[in-house]
Write a protein that binds this ligand. Structure first.
Ligand code: CS2
Length: 483
């Protein structure tokens, strides 16, 4: 293991740092004394990916000293409690095939329990705050299969009732955001950007529809204010970030000589493509390699289809064949073949006019993905990727299947991903999905009826196409252990 203690902030003495039971000091700002940047970014969804990606980019910007992040958790306060105990600092472990490097990231200056909506409102309303970034998961946008905000979803409906009556705090990330935007409107602190960093096609538009839809359903004037004052930025984000383990915490202790309760492990590769306006300014993320483009769609599709699509395929096919991690699944020729043929289909729909003049360098991108997925030192668990399949497949398999069929081809490789998901949901002990109950119910049906019912939960138009139902049905059972 190579150890390279590069710090984004210069370490100094250990004065005042609390020690853990091994006598090691706890990571905090007495160990790393660079000035705390002021809060200018509010983030919703304080998790590992936010820290390895947006927080890292912000810490690497040339004007990092001006840009601090206040990050709010989602459902549970744990990540905020752990991070607050070390002044928002955390170690980024970059895990390459050849070894680890360690760096302290200092851009998060406040870590807050997401339930503290008063603090959220105060910060979003503050004149210095220029943007709200989001990693709230694909499923949190509560889009129905028709792509529109599902106001009938129980948590959306209950947030709307709470907002309307003023009798309690909203509990969904978007409900909380809308509450905080109302505070900004009331404070008169002007335009702001919302930057969606979730893996969705047209994620800026999705965020716009969801946030504006919710705001307008609560208060028409707030809806109009959001339309006029909030800029929704689309982004394509990329950095493989598995869950942190106890072994990772121990590795940081051994290499860095301090205790960090919240290190984050990520691959060395990172990518961020953005498109949209920042009316109140932004950090110079381009200093860290972020790219600003006018037309983001080809970049989004390249990432969502080639990387995320292959991930989902490996997650279902790989687990059906008894594998645990991405690297293990990719080493299985059956899974690898399925990925390569899905990539062929996706690639056919990424080139030519679909690229919109962008040079997507697909062969090099595919080669790089093979290398990234094969990094066996990154234990990226298939179970983590398998979550929320009904939402993810809409972005990862459905567009490729539709594009293939529109050109008179079968779309068999994309259909294979959907069939693998159906087999997985029918056989897994449990699975996490916003539509888990509906999927399980539909899986009880037989034959074409079952395929149609499960497909309808992903995309009603596909379910109405007898050819697709037959194709997906014929691919069930493709991936079985040892076949
Ligand atoms: C993965 C992504 O869990 C998943 O669905 O496909 O989190 C993936 O690792 C990231 O998008 C990589 O940038």
């Amino acid at each position: 293991m190579t150890t390279n203690n590069t710090s984004t902030e210069q370490g100094t003495g250990h004065a005042g740092a609390a020690a853990d039971q091994d006598g090691l000091p706890q990571l905090n700002r007495t160990l790393h004394t660079a000035p705390k940047p002021p809060v200018r970014i509010v983030h919703l969804g304080l998790g590992a990916f936010h820290r390895s990606h947006q927080a890292w980019y912000t810490s690497q910007a040339g004007d990092a000293a001006e840009w601090g992040i206040a990050a709010f958790t989602g459902r549970r306060p744990d990540a905020a409690v752990a991070l607050a105990g070390q002044d928002g600092l955390f170690t980024l472990v970059e895990r390459a095939d050849s070894g680890d490097t360690f760096a302290v990231v200092g851009s998060i200056v406040e870590a807050v329990d997401g339930a503290d909506v008063q603090r959220l409102a105060e910060l979003v309303a503050a004149p210095a705050t220029a943007m709200v970034t989001l990693t709230v998961t694909e499923a949190a946008y509560r889009l129905g299969a028709d792509g529109q905000l599902d106001t009938a979803a129980s948590d959306v409906a209950s947030d709307l009732a709470l907002l309307g009556s003023g009798s309690g705090n909203p509990s969904t990330p978007l409900g909380r955001l809308v509450f905080a935007l109302a505070a900004r409107r009331a404070a008169g602190t002007g335009p702001i950007a919302v930057v969606c960093c979730d893996n969705l096609a047209n994620n800026g538009t999705v965020a716009r529809n969801a946030v504006t839809g919710l705001a307008a359903a609560w208060d028409a004037q707030l809806g109009a204010w959001v339309e006029a004052n909030v800029s929704f930025v689309s982004t394509s984000v990329d950095r493989i970030t598995p869950r942190t383990t106890e072994a990772d915490i121990a590795a940081v202790e051994a290499a860095c000589g301090y205790r960090d309760n919240s290190p984050v492990v990520a691959e060395p590769f990172t990518n961020w493509v953005l498109s949209g306006d920042f009316p109140a300014g932004r950090p110079r993320w381009e200093d860290a390699g972020a790219v600003f483009v006018d037309h983001i769609e080809p970049f989004e599709n390249r990432k969502l289809w080639l990387l995320n699509g292959a991930h989902s395929l490996l997650a279902y096919a790989g687990q059906l064949r008894g594998h645990t991690t991405v690297a293990e699944a990719l080493a299985d020729q059956e899974c690898r073949k399925a990925v390569e043929s899905f990539w062929d289909e996706a690639e056919a729909n990424l080139s030519g006019a679909a690229a919109g003049g962008a040079d997507l360098q697909i062969p090099a991108y595919r080669d790089a993905l093979l290398a990234r997925f094969s990094n066996a030192r990154i234990a990226h668990h298939l179970a983590q990727i398998a979550m929320d399949g009904s939402t993810k497949l809409r972005m990862r398999a459905v567009p490729v299947l539709q594009a293939e069929r529109a050109q008179g081809r079968s779309g068999i490789a994309a259909a294979r991903m959907i069939a693998a998901w159906m087999d997985f949901t029918a056989t897994a002990e449990t699975f996490h999905d916003p539509l888990a109950a509906e999927v399980s119910e539909a899986n009880k049906l037989q034959g074409a009826e079952r395929v149609r019912a499960v497909l309808a939960l992903v995309d009603p138009a596909l379910a109405a196409d007898a050819g697709v139902v037959e194709l997906v049905g014929s691919l069930l059972g493709t991936f079985t252990a040892g076949s």
